[in-house]
Ligand binder design. Structure first.
Ligand code: HEC
Length: 163
């Protein structure tokens, strides 16, 4: 009889210990289900952080480096990787894309004129509609300012006039 009680005690003890261990492990495990981490939506700080996450370049300052990235992505198909107007699209265009390395041509255009051309397209500066407007696609004027830095780097020139 004594032995029976001892065995039951040991058995009961191990079951209790196992149950406790399982519960403890579950409590400790990081909860990863959906909605496990509250986002605190509705907070103005969170809204700002979400906007920043959606557009991490929102606060980026104009730079030649940025201009290089944008130019190679958006402008080289027509203006060419060297900016001389010989992009892969150029042979199919009825009007030849401008040569951005031509200092005489580029210095005759103010930064404001370049801004308007890039922002609103060729048609806004009495040029061909084959030069597309980029303003709506860019949503951030610092991209256009960066492209102007790139254009001035390509022509190695500054504007001879300010309008
Ligand atoms: C679909 C082809 C195409 C793309 C892409 C393009 N351009 Fe042009 N661009 C042209 C053409 C064509 C002209 C010449 C327009 C004319 O002489 O009437 C031109 C002319 C220009 C001019 C000179 C306008 C003037 O004052 O005579 C500038 C500056 C310019 N583009 C900048 C850019 C920049 C910056 C980009 C990239 C964001 C770009 N272009 C992308 C086709 C393109």
């Amino acid at each position: 009889m004594k032995r029976f009680i001892l065995v039951s005690l040991v058995l009961f003890g191990s079951i209790a210990a196992a149950t406790w261990a399982v519960c403890w492990a579950q409590e400790d495990a990081p909860s990863a289900g959906p909605g496990a981490q509250a986002t605190g939506a509705g907070h103005p700080e969170d809204a700002a952080r979400d906007r920043q996450a959606a557009d991490p370049e929102q606060n980026r300052q104009p730079s030649l480096e940025w201009g290089n990235e944008l130019y190679s992505h958006y402008c080289t198909p027509c203006h060419g990787v060297r900016g001389d107007g010989n992009g892969f699209n150029a042979p199919r265009l009825l009007v030849k894309p401008a040569n951005h390395t031509d200092a005489a041509f580029m210095s005759a255009r103010s930064d404001q004129k370049l801004f308007d051309t890039i922002n609103l397209g060729g048609v806004e500066v009495a040029k061909s509609t084959l030069m597309p407007p980029w303003g709506a696609a860019f949503d951030n004027d610092n991209k256009i300012r960066s492209l102007i830095l790139k254009l001035r780097d390509l022509c190695q020139c500054q504007a001879k006039k300010s309008w």
